[in-house]
Design a protein around this ligand. Structure first.
Ligand code: CO
Length: 210
């Protein structure tokens, strides 16, 4: 059997077992989804949102990219954000990074890696905003881990700077935004930062005509 064929076999078993456990499972999901959460995570194969949070199909709306970034010109991310906030009305947005993130590591080197340089440059900005703190850490792994936490925090802030989130905060006092970091070594998620709906952000970024 070719390796990818195994996936199709697994899929058949999964579908069968899902129905055995809950005969209405697919019937309930086929026409509608009402997820409470938007997840913005890293593409890393070791951080699968459903498995690590014990959630089922229908529970999390997911966007993933390298190093769980919220880049304000990223039409893909913005479309996911708008749809999940304005149509699905998610109650929580979770930005989940992970320790040992290769994207953050790469952004802390001076190697050019091709087109991904342009993406990673957004992480270099996070380093620049926090230069004193990050550069004072001598241990290389600890330095990267701290950058991973600071990057998650920055992406949470970036969400709050969007008119999509600010309008939702004003109109429906939701969603709350959470910054988490997952440990590859122990499987545990560490909450590190939170912005409750309606939090006042830097006035430079606050729109007053939404
Ligand atoms: Co990563």
């Amino acid at each position: 059997m070719k390796s990818y064929e195994k996936l199709l076999e697994n899929n058949k078993s999964w579908a069968r077992e899902s129905i055995e456990k809950d005969p209405e499972f697919f019937n309930r999901l086929k026409n509608t989804q009402t997820p409470e959460y938007l997840w913005i995570g890293c593409s890393d194969s070791r951080v699968p949102p459903d498995s690590i949070t014990g959630t089922l199909p229908g529970e999390i709306f997911i966007h993933r990219n390298i190093a769980n970034m919220v880049v304000n010109t990223d039409l893909n991310m913005l479309s996911v954000l708008q749809y999940s906030v304005e149509v699905l009305k998610v109650k929580h947005i979770i930005v989940c990074g992970h320790y040992g993130c290769g994207g953050v590591k790469a952004a802390m080197t001076n190697s050019s890696l091709g087109i991904i340089d342009k993406w990673l440059r957004n992480i270099k900005d996070v380093h620049r905003f926090n230069r004193e703190e990050v550069d004072a850490i001598e241990n290389e792994d600890e330095k990267i881990d701290r950058m991973i936490e600071l990057n998650v925090k920055e992406q949470v802030m970036n969400l709050s700077k969007t008119s999509i989130v600010q309008r939702a905060w004003k109109n429906s006092n939701a969603p709350d935004i959470h910054g988490w970091v997952y440990g590859l070594n122990n499987g545990l998620i560490k909450p590190i930062f939170e912005l409750k709906a309606g939090t006042h952000i830097d006035p430079l970024y606050e729109y007053d005509n939404l």
